[in-house]
Design a protein around this ligand. Structure first.
Ligand code: ADP
Ligand code: ZN
Ligand code: ZN
Length: 720
């Protein structure tokens, strides 16, 4: 028999250990098993297998407890390779989460170790049998058709030979069997020739190829030809017969990007992102596992696909927050990518116009091999104009479209070119406040202002999705004197643009217009075909678009983000402005950019206007140092939430008391209520991340109030 150590699918932290079972079925580490635990059927993973000559009774006697038989081993081939198992256990340490949560994060839903999941779709096929049977001429025709094709999908045969398919199977002339549905192959002839690298690109390329360093950080302004370098490196790696992983942020995985990869490479391609349904994800996963796919383009979780021989991992826009998972395990894709790169001896290239402060600091210290690409391929940087909105409004201009921006728009449109306007707020008005008591209307489930949406004539909470009618009387003071509206969103902007530019076609892209499947795609494609003159929207439009006809980009309320109290708000504001500027003038024409801001002198704004990352970095590092924020310290945020505010706070206090070590503990801090759950947080800051993680795990292992949930976020991206 086999003695197996198994991880359980179970949400309780106390069970974050392996359990011993026995089985007489063939078993390998990484296969799923069905087990009974306290009369409940659960799914687990086999961690290790040991053959034994003992009987189950002897084993139980020796161990001093009853070892039970596993109900069934579910896989013939392990789902978790030894590499992925090691990665999962490493991630468990790094993120202070449970092993099973890490295994689950790695696998597509169809094969997750979880009870109640749906099975992968199976399809029926037929092939010819050896049996001799008498056939009618029509049946013979169908029979020969199958023989010529080796195997045929049963549904295809039935539509081709409606009267014969079933009869042939019944007679035994054809054998029917089932197979898992597989993704279609995308092998094709590449239609696009690679560009010859310019000298700046070639220099970077040479430096990478001649170096033995494992991780590179490539900082290059948008349009400097980073993607082209990735493609050249990928070509070399593919020619060696190894696999390539190209990671992109959630929002940048546009049809444009996929098309670009598809056009360039003839190899079979797998695409892996959150927009796929579970079956589609599973098919892409299988494509990698069976070595069918040579290149994978994907978002965060693609970093866990079962590659055999990775030669290159590229992580584009490495600073993007979508690389960090929100829920447990709160891992960062960059860490997993570097881990896998080391395992496969594959180069890891982190690319960005605006690297995260943490990465750039590592680049400067030489932890990553730093590379800089400051020349745009077309050798022009867009011309940026700053408009101080405080002054513009004082001059009597519109608080939405300044005269400067309006004038430039008229010019560009008159030349038959296109305009992009970016406003990082959806809805019509940002908030309504009571004329009598000044109170803002907040969500009934969250302590957050609700936005007014003109299209639905309702108030919406952008955090939990609650939608209500505008109240007739103030919920706070009962007055019926009405409300004053503050702030504007994309719906109001659209109205303003249409009023100022009658006859021009305007497209709007935000969470309200892209809710339908492919809504996003349709809008971008229409704009790409020049079916509209102006595209306006939220930060969705800031990334990854490459439209030759766009020669003007306007950013409205560009420094709105500075009002947030997060330690990263300057960085994200700078990123947004830099990205937006990068959208303009991608082709031969000189591009123009207008930033409408209230704080033109803030370094996040002025450095973005100069497209000057280095100066921003120096300024921002001063700020981080003063506040003792990363990269000067490590942080772990532990967030508690529950329906009962006092119990939640008590659990947090208790947790804080139990924590000890050589680090600072800040809090307990009350956070805004979200989705009816009150929340609070403690923050650990220190120099020794290992010590901090161990301390947190120790307290977690002691267990906490079951009515309170805890989320541990190591190296949090934001503290909002
Ligand atoms: P980035 O990824 O840095 O934003 P891209 O690689 O997308 O830059 O390049 C910007 C544009 O320049 C693209 O349209 C690309 O096709 C083109 N391009 C890149 N490298 C070259 C080159 N060596 N010669 C000609 N065109 C190039
Ligand atoms: Zn009121
Ligand atoms: Zn809400």
């Amino acid at each position: 028999m086999n003695v197996i150590e198994c991880w359980m699918e179970h949400p309780v932290r106390k069970l974050d250990t392996t359990f011993t079972y026995w089985t007489d079925e063939p078993a390998q580490s990484g296969c799923r098993v069905r087990l009974t635990l306290r009369n409940r059927s659960v799914i687990g993973f086999i961690d290790s297998v040991q053959e034994s000559d003992e009987t189950p009774d002897e084993l139980s006697k020796r161990l001093g407890y009853t070892v039970r038989k596993a109900d069934a081993v579910l896989d013939e081939v392990p789902l978790i390779t030894p590499e992925l198992r090691d990665l999962a256990l490493w991630m468990r340490e790094k993120t202070v989460s449970t092993a099973i949560a890490c295994f689950q994060a790695m696998l597509p839903a169809k094969v997750k170790p979880a009870a109640g999941r749906s099975e992968a779709v199976r399809e029926r096929y037929v092939k010819v049998s050896e049996e001799e049977t008498k056939l009618t001429p029509k049946q013979l025709e169908a029979f020969l058709y199958v023989r010529d094709h080796d195997e045929v999908k049963y549904s295809d045969l039935r539509s081709k030979y409606p009267g014969q398919a079933k009869a042939l199977v019944d007679k035994g002339a054809l054998i029917a069997y089932e197979k898992e549905k597989t993704a279609e192959s995308t092998v094709h002839t590449a239609s696009q020739q690679p560009h010859t690298l310019n000298p700046y690109q070639q220099k970077i390329m040479d430096e990478i190829e001649q170096s033995d360093d494992p991780v590179f950080l490539l900082r290059g302004v948008t349009g400097s030809g980073k993607t082209e370098i990735y493609f050249h490196l990928a070509r070399h790696v593919l020619d060696e017969g190894r696999q390539v992983l190209l990671l992109v942020p959630e929002i940048a995985l546009t049809p444009q990007m996929i098309q670009r990869v598809y056009d360039r490479f003839g190899e079979d391609l797998a695409v892996y992102h959150s927009g796929l349904n579970p079956q589609e994800k599973y098919e892409q996963y299988r494509k990698v596992r069976t070595r069918q796919a040579k290149i994978v383009v994907g978002t965060r979780s693609a970093v866990f696909l079962p590659f055999h021989d990775l030669g290159l991992i590229v992580m584009d826009e490495e600073h993007d927050s979508s690389y960090k998972q929100d829920s447990q395990p709160a891992y960062h894709c960059r860490d997993a990518a570097i881990w896998r790169g080391a395992y496969h001896h594959a180069r890891v290239i982190l690319g960005s116009a605006t690297p995260s402060l943490e990465s750039y600091a590592r680049g400067i210290r030489g932890v990553y091999h730093l590379l800089k690409l400051d020349h745009r391929v077309n050798d022009t940087l867009p011309k940026v104009t700053l408009v101080n909105m405080k002054e513009a409004v004082q001059r009597g201009e519109s608080y939405i479209l300044s005269e400067t921006l309006r004038g430039k728009m008229e010019e560009v449109l008159a030349n038959g070119r296109q305009v992009i306007l970016l406003l990082n707020r959806r809805g019509y008005h940002a908030r309504l406040s009571c004329r009598a008591c000044q109170e803002v209307i907040t969500c009934p489930h969250c302590d957050l202002a609700m936005s007014w949406h003109r299209e639905s004539r309702s108030m919406k909470c952008h955090t939990c999705g609650t939608e209500i009618r505008v109240p007739r009387i103030c919920p706070k003071c009962g007055s019926d004197s009405g409300f004053t509206a503050y702030g504007y969103g994309t719906q109001k902007l659209e109205e303003e643009v249409q009023m100022r530019f009658p006859g021009r076609k305007v497209l709007r892209m935000d969470a309200d217009t892209t809710a339908r499947k492919n809504g996003h795609e349709e809008i971008l494609k229409a704009f790409g075909r020049h079916e509209a003159d102006i595209l306006l929207g939220t930060q969705m439009i800031a990334k990854g678009l490459d439209y030759p006809d766009v020669t003007l980009v306007g950013v409205l309320n560009g420094d709105d983000g500075l009002a947030r109290t997060d330690f990263r708000s300057c960085e994200t504001t700078f990123d947004l402005l830099m990205q937006a500027a990068g959208r303009s003038g991608r082709a031969q024409d000189h591009g123009e950019v207008v930033f409408q801001v209230y704080h033109p002198d803030h370094y996040a704004v002025s450095c973005a206007a100069q497209q000057d990352y280095e100066s921003f970095f120096v300024n921002e590092m001063h700020f981080r140092h003063a506040g003792m924020y990363p990269p000067y310290t490590y942080m772990i945020a532990v967030t508690f939430s529950g329906m009962d505010p006092s119990r939640t706070e008590a659990a947090a206090m208790e947790f804080k008391r139990a924590l000890s070590g050589n680090f600072k503990v800040i809090g307990v801090l009350q956070l805004l209520r979200i989705n009816d759950r009150s929340r609070c947080r403690i923050l650990l800051k220190g120099k020794d991340p290992q010590e901090m993680r161990t301390a947190v795990r120790k307290v977690l292992d002691q267990g906490i109030d079951s009515k309170v949930s805890v989320k541990v976020d190591v190296d949090p991206m934001t503290l909002d």
